[in-house]
Design a protein around this ligand. Structure first.
Ligand code: C5P
Length: 320
């Protein structure tokens, strides 16, 4: 029998169509109503078996590369050690498969197109991809529910890139229910040179909104998605973290203005930022908004993408 020696999985970025944030809980998290929408920016994660070394020899080797369109400047912010979410994912799958430390030794290559610390769940996408890749590589045989449970252990945003499409997350965002979305929505993402820390943005939210109400869903948003209606979706986009992100990064207001002036139907901060997301009327409109944003000098780069797209998928299982 041939053994699988390497598996490549790609996983999508997300934009939050609705991010309704409640008050801080006793465990430090916030209750959310979080409508995730998977978009066509993908990180690729390749996990290959590494030579078994002596016990305790430690950490997986992690190589990080910029995919076409990715920002080189961002790569420095990606952890290269066992703290990387993809490495933590590999350890969890090895634990579930009952593999010894030596037999679970892997090399992980990440080809990044999703901005790092950009509010688009790039690290979570890498973790989701690594879960699927390691499941195949180790022959763990985990079903979708088991993978979702491991994903939730890794982080609030990790279950979504496994599922993809459009979904509402409740609890701390990890309890997912798919939301029907019709047609294709066209987006522009304005990338910032520097990232923002998610805990710092939530902390700023607590400072600005000590009396935050319990988060609620929005029927108008669900209807706009079901109808495939970009103007109605634009009117319903909402991110409660946006004032906090703007408080930490006031320059983003200029980026949002530039995209709106260029013809976007709406512009919002994506998740905890600093990436700004613009909904365009169609593909041509998105290309125009992207060009205008790059010319405006208010962002490092502007990328077009569409949504929704499927969740993490295996690209190549290599055999030897
Ligand atoms: O779950 P995860 O580790 O990805 O969350 C990162 C940080 O984001 C948390 O430490 C917390 O500061 C913040 N967070 C939150 N409420 C959530 C999700 C994340 O406060 N529902």
């Amino acid at each position: 029998m041939t053994a699988v020696t390497a598996v490549t999985v790609r996983a999508p970025a997300k934009v939050n169509l609705l991010l309704a944030v409640g008050p801080v809980r006793e465990d430090g998290y916030h209750d959310l109503v979080n409508v995730f929408h998977a978009v066509s920016l993908f990180d690729e994660v390749t996990v290959r078996r590494a030579d078994p070394g002596p016990a305790g020899a430690g950490e997986p080797v992690i190589d990080v590369h910029a995919a076409a369109g990715g920002l080189d400047a961002h790569l420095a912010g990606v952890p290269r050690d066992g703290d990387n979410l993809a490495a933590r994912a590999a350890r969890l799958v090895a634990r579930e498969a009952g593999l010894s430390e030596e037999r679970a030794r892997v090399r992980i290559r990440i080809d990044k197109a999703i901005p790092v610390a950009g509010g688009m769940a790039g690290g979570s996408a890498d973790a989701a991809a690594a879960l699927l890749a390691c499941d195949a590589l180790f022959g763990a045989g985990l079903d979708a529910a088991a993978l979702q449970a491991l994903a939730a252990e890794l982080g609030s945003d990790v279950p979504f890139p496994l599922l993809g499409g459009t979904a509402v997350g409740t609890g701390r965002g990890e309890v997912l229910e798919p939301v029907p979305s019709r047609g294709r929505f066209h987006w522009v993402f304005a990338l910032s040179e520097r990232g923002l820390s998610t805990p710092a943005v939530f902390g700023e939210y607590d400072r600005l909104r000590p009396d935050a109400p319990q988060p609620r869903g929005d029927a108008a948003l669900t209807a706009a998605l079901g109808a495939g209606d970009p103007p109605a979706l634009a009117a319903a986009l909402r991110n409660d973290l946006e004032p906090a992100a703007l408080s930490l990064r006031p320059d983003l207001a200029r980026t949002l203005d530039a995209g709106r002036e260029a013809g976007a139907l709406a512009g919002i901060v994506s998740g905890s930022g600093p990436t700004c997301a613009f909904l365009a009327p169609d593909a041509d409109g998105a290309a125009e908004v992207a060009e205008a944003l790059e010319k405006s000098g208010t962002c490092e780069r502007a990328l077009t993408a569409h949504g929704d797209v499927p969740g993490a998928e295996t690209v190549t299982p290599a055999v030897s």
